[in-house]
Ligand binder design. Structure first.
Ligand SMILES: [Zn+2]
Length: 281
């Protein structure tokens, strides 16, 4: 395992060396093709190291919904892949190149379709606006790039990863988003939701759900709050964005919920809990 990981790290270094050749002002440029390559390497590691919910109906639902949203957000022709992580903690994260991860706990806590759509749209915006890639491009030198992109997985041995699990990988991917990037992802989410026909209130409403969960069950939202600072101020900012968007408030044509979502959520809830969560629910 360790050898395979090192081989991949070297491949990452080669990709960087290639982009270094086109660097201007010491700042490497990462193409969409390189982004997809780096992202799929990273996603492969995550897929090996985090428990995924292995259920075809769940996978189909989340990918159909997610790709419907990605289609209005990202014009680069990237194929997005959505995975449900088998953990009842609430979290979601995005890997460059279109790999989005949502914990089953997020689905179980999202009261209606528009709340889940809000989370997915926020993560999609991190990819479509290249937030991680911009950080990599600003990073000085190969070591920094590799530390950011691979560090969360590579610097730990597999035993540690199993212990750190979902929390560690999600945090590593998310570690460096700036407040501006977070605000941009919220604004992007409101836009995506409007254009795809969903009620953008779902984003604010999911944040409110999280605030309540933090009171009742803090350990389940620890990673979320560490990686997506969620405060009443942020919720107010989202509300202000919605108010400022023509046709966003009180528009009966925007979808808040439907039967298919509630069936999907009930199905996710009925699946066997992840080994680490058994006995805790
Ligand atoms: Zn974010």
């Amino acid at each position: 395992m360790a050898l395979a990981l090192r081989a991949r790290a070297r491949r990452g270094a080669a990709v960087l060396a290639l982009s270094g050749a086109t660097a201007a002002g010491g700042c490497a440029t990462i193409s969409t093709q390189q982004e997809v390559q780096l992202g799929s390497d990273y996603a492969r590691q995550i897929n090996q190291q985090l428990p995924m919910l292995n259920d075809a109906a769940t996978r189909n639902y989340i990918n159909t919904l997610g790709n419907q949203l990605a289609a209005v957000a990202d014009q680069r022709g990237i194929r997005y892949t959505f995975q449900v992580v088998n953990s009842d903690a609430i979290n979601a994260f995005a890997v460059p190149g279109g790999f989005i991860y949502v914990n089953r706990g997020t689905i179980e806590r999202a009261n209606n379709l528009s709340e889940l759509v809000g989370v997915l749209s926020h993560e999609i915006t991190h990819v479509s606006e290249r937030h991680s890639i911009e950080q990599l491009q600003r990073a000085q030198g190969a070591n920094t790039l590799l530390t950011i992109l691979y560090g969360g997985v590579l610097r730990r041995n597999p035993g540690t990863i199993e212990r750190v699990g979902v929390q560690g990988v999600g945090t590593a991917v998310f570690a460096g988003y700036s407040r501006d990037a977070e605000r941009e992802a919220d604004r992007g989410a409101v836009n995506i939701m409007m254009r795809a026909g969903y009620n953008p209130q779902g984003l604010a409403s999911f944040f409110q759900t999280l605030m309540g969960e933090r009171q009742r069950n803090p350990s389940k939202v620890e990673t979320w709050f560490a990686t997506h600072p969620t405060t009443q101020e942020r919720i107010s900012n989202v509300q202000a964005m919605i108010q400022a968007t023509p046709g966003a408030s009180g528009n009966a044509r925007l979808v808040t919920d439907n039967r298919a979502y509630q069936n999907f959520r009930a199905r996710v809830r009925s699946l066997t809990p992840a080994p680490q969560d058994r006995g805790r629910r």
